[in-house]
Write a new protein. Structure first.
Length: 267
């Protein structure tokens, strides 16, 4: 961090959603704040295209987390933001996707408010919405899906009191959008199958949604684990489970104009 004076009145921290990756999906408010920020504190899944919008004179601090490796823990990130707000009038906390969808944005908002800081939350387009859209997969459909649930697949299924009720989701929700589920994929599939989801239920896995290197795989619950092992698809990826995955599958307008560039169809 560069040296600067302490402000008489602490600055404002902006919790900004960076969107799914494609810089064209960034909100106008987010772009405006990136151009005006004194310092930007950003996560691992913020794309180079979005970072390129930050002026070269603006201080940038990386605090990314990936499985098994964290630059800083969550408490340290919050402490750092509080300290930065004492020195800068405009602090942007740039988070992949939307800050409040599995981005731990609520924890940061709580910590910043507890420190007496002004905070503005700027929504972003979540990968769980954008990634399926690049393949023409609607999360809801009048004839196929009247309900959708956004679920973390990162939670350990075998912990003492799991917060995700996979049985209820399997029976009560038409479309499931699962974040961070690749490492637990086999277990998640087993949970859904045991809860009554048919083996032939379609599932789409979309890796690096809207990024230039986007790839996807479409399978069924009974074949997806084998196909993932065969093709080597890995995180970061979004899983879409439900009948909507096969909507208009095979039509010419499918899989050709992904926002992140060309997509690879691995069937």
């Amino acid at each position: 961090m560069s040296e600067t004076h302490t402000l008489a009145c602490p600055g404002t921290v902006y919790l900004v959603g960076a969107g799914p990756g494609d810089a064209g999906l960034l909100t106008l408010r987010a772009k405006e704040l990136l151009e005006q920020a004194n310092v930007v504190v950003y996560d691992a899944l913020v794309s180079p295209g979005v970072l390129a919008l930050i002026p070269s004179t603006t201080e940038q601090i990386y605090v990314g987390k990936r499985r098994g490796w964290h630059t800083l823990n969550q408490a340290e990130i919050i402490q750092g933001l509080v300290a930065l707000a004492q020195r800068y009038p405009r602090v942007v906390r740039l988070k992949g996707g939307d800050p409040f969808i599995f981005g731990r944005g609520a924890e940061e908002l709580e910590g910043l408010r507890a420190a007496g800081l002004r905070v503005e939350v700027v929504p972003g387009v979540s990968a769980g919405i954008a990634a399926p859209a690049t393949l023409g997969i609607p999360l809801t459909h009048r004839h196929l899906s009247s309900s959708v649930a956004f679920v973390t697949g990162h939670e350990a299924i075998d912990k003492a009191r799991p917060a995700v009720d996979w049985a209820a989701l399997a029976q009560g929700v038409d479309t499931l959008v699962i974040y961070m589920g690749m490492h637990n994929l086999a277990t998640l599939v087993t949970e859904l199958r045991q809860a009554g989801r048919p083996a032939a239920t379609p599932i789409a896995l979309i890796q690096w949604g809207t990024w230039p290197q986007q790839q996807h795989l479409i399978a069924t619950l009974d074949t997806v684990v084998e196909k993932v092992d065969a093709y080597g698809l890995g995180p970061p990826a979004i899983a879409i489970v439900g009948a909507v995955v096969n909507w208009e599958r095979g039509r010419e307008n499918r899989n050709t104009l992904g926002l992140g560039g060309e997509t690879s169809s691995r069937l």
